[in-house]
Ligand binder design. Sequence first.
Ligand code: GTP
Ligand code: MG
Length: 286
Amino acid sequence: MSIQWYPGHMKKARRLLEEAMPGQDVVIELLDARMPRASENPVLAEIRGRKPCVKVLSKSDLADPEVTRLWIEHLERRESARTDDSGRVVAIAVSTDRAAEARKRVAEACSAIAAPPTRGRKTPRAMIVGIPNVGKSTLVNVLARRQVAKVGDEPAVTKQKQLVMLDNGMALSDNPGIMWPRIEDPRSGMRLAFGGAIPDSAIDYESVALFGAGLLLATYPELLATRYKLPSMPADADALLDEIGRRRGCLRAGGVIDRHKAADVLIHDFRAGAIGRISLERPKSG
Ligand SMILES: Nc1nc2c(ncn2[C@@H]2O[C@H](COP(=O)(O)OP(=O)(O)OP(=O)(O)O)[C@@H](O)[C@H]2O)c(=O)[nH]1
Ligand SMILES: [Mg+2]
């Protein structure tokens, strides 16, 4: 099953990003630390062109710290191996519950690579971009030290651009999250859905939960065993979802397991970090 979600407001948001790009000194692109490959929007690379870019692995408190370290190394290696003249890129990891550290890392990364303000302006300009629900507006609030942008745990909360002046003199814009018209790799689509970048109304909930169950069984079985007090490891994703349903009392009349409720438990637990710190993908070796 492939997942596509590209509503009308995103086409407009894409056009507005294209229009605003020439006036920017640095682009702050958020990638989900749990899935930096799946969450790197190819359309944003096109729009960014040669602007310097800070790739921020967001929600790193939810991701496996060792894998996040590998991703930062990978992104830095990818950057140093490049032979084209596209703008400089640095990669950092943040979690917004550690606000002071996040502010410091973003400020240092921006000043390391940002071009001097263009066309006689004194104030540097930056824009925050990324897929929906990746934490853009939360980071804007952290950088601004006040609640200026609306945040929410569902995709497409921000519908229009919002400009904020930071204490350090930077003019920062928050922007709507954008997807792209076609997700080539269906597994990337599933990762994005499992992580919450695509609205639950646009996905087949049970299939997404089964995908997540299979991935977690293969990569973090011990975390599953602890969270759901599993006496033995279920044979496959189907059996895991049934077991979660049984253990959490997700039952319909006649004692039949309510798979939709079991899917809900797994998806919510994963998104909240209740199973543990989990990364859904690793950089390809070599
Ligand atoms: N665990 C964790 N959650 C975060 C972090 N940053 C943001 N969130 C949560 O992620 C959800 C989405 O945050 P937003 O800031 O609204 O995301 P956004 O990228 O602006 O989303 P759109 O405007 O819909 O594109 C909220 O529930 C935030 O609390 C983080 O570093 N760690
Ligand atoms: Mg937002």
